[in-house]
Design a binder for this molecule. Structure first.
Ligand SMILES: Cc1ncc(C[n+]2csc(CCOP(=O)(O)OP(=O)(O)O)c2C)c(N)n1
Length: 622
């Protein structure tokens, strides 16, 4: 990839940088007072740090602040958004007048940053995630052969989050010399003092123990900030932490280091006093209402279709295996494809891609939160990330998925080992709530293939889809049921068995689809036919098309799923039918109810009521 030219702007003098810091303080207080809410004191402690980062260290084109090749900044302490917006405005990304629209319904400048704002790459505001996003951006820069550096600003209260240390360990292990973390150690959190307050040596020891270069500075001494940023830039072998000792509310005497000011804007009178103390403020033109929201967020690249798969009908292949094969095949035609693993690559089959594209598979180790947020950073560098773990462990990264959705990120996630069908390992390894979890993510695409052909095709669809995509894969091998040329539109489903007088429509996916097909055979022996539907796309659902199938069997419906009853296939189908204005006449919903147990997969499917025997009985009972 070509890098953006790193044009060197004329460096600002220390006096000019001090003036920038003064303006950042004033803008932050004015904007929050105008909004009637926000976190001005969290901005004030970071004023010199932000001036140093934006007006001394960073090299980026203000007309394209998210370009691959330009330096990037992540505000991990997202509640200090006004100081970021002020820095972007002072950099010329949008006019200073725009700051006064902070938090308005019609303004792109929301209470916490989102990528709709030029210069922002990920939504932040749920503390603890920004360093992982920064690590993903740094990896992305490396893959794109870009010389860009990534700066991440964290709060000291924030670094109590475990994910920060997942990211710190990863960044040092991956030798991310292009990553600089700055911690604004103002010793105050939201409700009181932070754990270590101003014990700077504790933060230094923690970063150093993780393999970082770390130094402590006075975060209000602009010369010290600039010197530290310069030293960071000249360190190439490992990431650098600048631990800046600051005071919350610094610059305004009645705010500095005072408790009970977190998240409170100044009154108009207090604002006037603060501005006077800071030496007065420039007039700001009224904003003309023009939005500076980014017209386009990163989209998946276009690429030619993968050749058809090469399976034999009836061949036994687990969908998780097909996931790995599809990644490997995609990697050969899509240079932007990257994969992240949480030390389960031999279970999820990410290792299949690693065998042919080792430089594009990244080991996040057993740190799923870091894995998901890193994928967000990678996507923001124009890559197509696929992160995979056991589906049950993605639940511990759910907040990271939620934030990815707020950031309209295009990450792809795969959860293997879903349901009771994993068998002997028992309930701690079984995902039985993942469909509910991912269905609740706005705009997400949720896929649940039943055989290798559909799994491979759907992985390709994920890489093309401009949304968060989740694929649920299964542990047991299942027979290939589709022809290699079959296509799997999204939304969509397949009708596998259909006669003119079917007793019911049976909807299933994954292992229960194969149980439904077995039930169809046993019912046929009794003279009963059923319509079997493979709902490989759980979200979105083509409700009108599905309603046609259900009407054709007199509204008699059986749904069988290897998932808890709440939020899975059953509720997805019923919600879709309701949206199409169709009410089934009678529904039998077979799902896992109660905490499962270790056992053989076939025993468990039967014990929890989702085996072929139960499906057949449900049909007969209709
Ligand atoms: C995960 C998470 N937990 C809690 C909060 C609520 N919250 C917002 S700001 C804040 C205090 C942050 O303190 P610090 O990181 O020291 O930043 P400061 O504002 O002091 O610079 C808290 C608890 C949050 N946004 N995210």
């Amino acid at each position: 990839m070509t890098a953006m030219p790193q044009s060197a702007p004329t460096p600002l003098t220390l006096e000019q940088l001090k003036e920038k810091a003064r303006l950042l303080r004033i803008h932050s207080m004015r904007a929050t007072t105008a909004a009637g809410s926000g976190h001005p004191t969290s901005c004030l402690s970071a004023a010199e740090i932000m001036a140093g980062i934006f007006f001394h260290a960073m090299k980026f084109d203000p007309s394209k602040p998210n370009a691959v090749g330009g330096d990037r900044f992540v505000l991990s302490k997202g509640h200090a958004a006004p100081v970021l917006y002020a820095a972007l405005a002072e950099s010329g990304v949008f006019p200073v007048s725009r700051l006064m629209t902070l938090r308005h319904l019609t303004s792109e400048l929301e209470g916490h940053p989102t990528p709709r704002i030029p210069g922002v790459d990920a939504a932040t505001g749920s503390l603890g995630q920004g360093l992982s996003v920064g690590a993903g951006l740094a990896i992305g820069a490396r893959v794109q052969r870009s010389p860009a550096r990534i700066y991440v600003l964290l709060g000291d209260g924030e670094v109590a989050e475990g994910q920060v240390w997942e990211a710190a360990a990863f960044a040092a292990h991956a030798r991310l010399g292009n990553l600089t973390a700055i911690v604004d150690v103002n010793a105050l959190g939201q409700s009181g003092r932070t754990m270590y307050q101003h014990r700077m040596e504790v933060y230094k020891a923690k970063f150093e123990a993780n393999g970082w270069q770390a130094e402590v500075i006075d975060g209000h001494d602009i010369a010290a900030v600039v010197a530290a940023l310069d030293r960071a830039r000249s360190t190439l072998a490992r990431p650098q932490a600048i631990l800046a000792r600051t005071l919350k509310g610094n610059g305004v005497s009645f705010l500095a280091d005072k408790e009970n000011w977190h998240g409170k804007p100044l009154s108009k009178d207090d604002l006037a006093k603060a501005i006077a103390e800071l030496g007065g403020a420039p007039e700001i033109e009224p904003d003309n209402g023009r939005s500076y929201a980014r017209a386009e967020l990163p989209k998946p690249p276009q690429f030619p279709p993968l050749p058809a798969t090469n399976y034999e009908a009836g061949q036994m292949v687990a969908t998780r295996e097909a996931y790995g094969t599809a990644l490997k095949r995609l990697a050969s035609i899509l240079p932007q494809l990257v994969a992240v693993d949480g030390d389960v690559k031999n279970s999820t089959f990410t290792e299949t891609m690693e065998k042919t594209a080792p430089d594009r598979v990244f080991q996040s180790y057993i740190a799923e939160q870091n894995m998901v947020s890193m994928a967000v950073g990678m996507a923001a560098q124009g890559l197509v990330p696929f992160a995979a773990s056991f589906a049950c462990f993605l639940s511990r990264a759910y907040d990271q998925v939620r934030m990815a959705a707020i950031g309209r990120s295009n990450i792809n996630l795969c959860g293997s080992h879903c349901g009771v069908s994993i068998g002997e390992d028992g309930p701690s390894q079984m995902a039985l709530e993942d469909l509910a979890m991912f269905r609740a993510i706005p705009g997400a695409c949720v896929l649940y293939p039943s055989d290798a052909v559909s799994a491979e095709r759907l992985v390709e669809t994920m890489a093309r889809t401009d949304a968060i995509c989740y694929m649920r894969t299964s542990r047991p091998k299942t027979p290939v049921i589709y022809k290699n040329q079959e296509t799997f539109p999204v939304p969509g489903f397949k009708v596998l068995a259909r006669t003119a007088n079917d007793r019911a429509t049976v909807i299933a996916a994954g292992v229960t689809l194969h149980e439904a097909l077995k039930a169809a055979v046993s019912l046929k022996a009794k003279g009963i036919s059923i319509c079997v539907v493979d709902l490989y796309c759980v979200k979105p659902i083509d409700a009108d098309a599905l309603a046609v199938e259900i009407r054709a069997t007199g509204g008699r419906l059986v749904i069988a799923e290897d998932h808890y009853a709440e939020g899975g296939l059953g509720e997805a189908v019923l919600a879709a039918l309701a949206s199409a204005g169709v009410a089934p006449t009678v529904v039998k919903h077979l799902a896992v109810r109660g905490v499962p147990h270790s056992g053989r997969p076939d025993e468990l499917l039967d014990k929890f009521g989702i085996s072929a025997r139960h499906i057949a009985a449900a049909v007969e009972a209709l």
